[in-house]
Design a protein around this ligand. Structure first.
Ligand code: RI2
Length: 315
């Protein structure tokens, strides 16, 4: 039962060597495809059980980004075939299709989001989102000159990745500490963020600090745009489930040595927060841009109600 690629992908997702909701989804689908390719299961039921186990291993790595379970659902729910060979081909094909769809969706989302920018606009970013950057990339390709104020995004400073990607696109970048955001919002035309999950009521679950930034942006009258493919829509929230917020290791916030120096303290490190729909101007998807309150119609159309999860063990 070769499961090496699944185990190593799961470890990389957990350690954030693989990160970003879209990338996590793509790599998880790829790992399921590899598991199918390498499986030495002797009969169809053993093959199905092996794939479900692989999916559970991947599912348990990070709880907040819904793109991960959505990817696992897509690859596994239409597993078809009477023989191991047919099942193998079915999973590999679904895995390929899923990753192609993801790339195409980001491309379409980027084109749609780019229309929001005018030549000379300044954007402020939080964290690193490939969906968000796709909108900038298309605007730049269209010949628009944009500038960016990039929040470093403690504790892991993922803003540095954004700064680097924007420089590769030729966009001038000003890096600021997170607490300087309010000070600079007067100089900004758009706040641009990605999402890890979007709930049925239009709430946006994204990297910690997004909700505070959105409140500040509202106060300053700066529009806040969320770039999120429909893979980020959380179908479980249609039936009342809430999105679990991942708590990460304290060492990301303060080192052991610094902590000892300070004295007896508690440390909390939630990776994400929830921005209510009233603080968001638009959610840009590959299917068009939506006011957050109407995203539920797209969610129903795309996912319907989720019944049994395809990775759950069967009796
Ligand atoms: P894309 C990231 O989470 C950020 O919160 C970002 O906004 C979101 O994923 C979406 O990223 P993390 O995995 O899918 O860095 O747009 O914790 O690339």
């Amino acid at each position: 039962m070769p499961i090496d690629e699944v185990e190593s992908t799961a470890a990389d997702i957990e350690e954030m060597e693989i990160r970003g909701a879209a990338t996590i989804a793509s790599e998880a689908a790829d790992a399921l495809g590899a598991q199918a390719a390498e499986s030495d299961a002797s009969d169809p039921e053993a093959f199905r059980a092996e794939l479900r186990k692989a999916a559970r291993t991947l599912y348990e790595t990070r709880p907040t980004a819904v793109s991960l379970p959505n990817a696992l659902r897509f690859v596994l729910q239409d597993m078809q075939g009477e023989t191991v060979a047919e099942l193998r081909e079915s999973v590999q094909q679904s895995s390929r299709e899923f990753r192609e769809d993801l790339e195409n969706a980001q491309e379409r989302l980027g084109r749609i989001g780019a229309n929001r920018y005018r030549d000379g606009d300044v954007i402020m970013t939080h964290c690193h989102s490939t969906d968000a950057l796709a909108t900038v990339e298309h605007a730049v390709e269209d010949g628009k000159q944009l500038e960016a104020i990039v929040k470093e995004t403690r504790p892991r400073n993922q803003g540095h990745i954004t700064a680097s990607r924007l420089r590769e696109m030729g966009v001038p970048v000003t890096l600021i500490v997170d607490s300087a955001a309010h000070r600079y919002l007067n100089d900004v035309d758009h706040v641009l963020v990605g999402a890890d999950s979007i709930a049925a009521d239009g709430s946006v679950i994204n990297k910690i600090g997004t909700s505070g930034l959105a409140v500040s942006a509202r106060d300053r009258g700066t529009p806040i745009v969320v770039a999120a493919q429909t893979i980020k829509l959380h179908p479980g929230t249609l039936t009342g489930h809430t999105v679990e917020i991942e708590m990460r290791d304290e060492s990301e916030v303060v080192s052991e040595a610094e902590r000892a120096e300070i004295g007896e303290i508690e440390v909390r490190n939630p990776a994400f927060d929830v921005t209510p729909p009233r603080h968001v101007d638009a959610i840009v998807t590959e299917r068009g841009q939506y006011p957050p309150e109407s995203i539920v119609s797209l969610m129903r159309e795309r996912y319907g109600d989720v019944d049994v999860e395809p990775w759950e063990e069967r009796a």
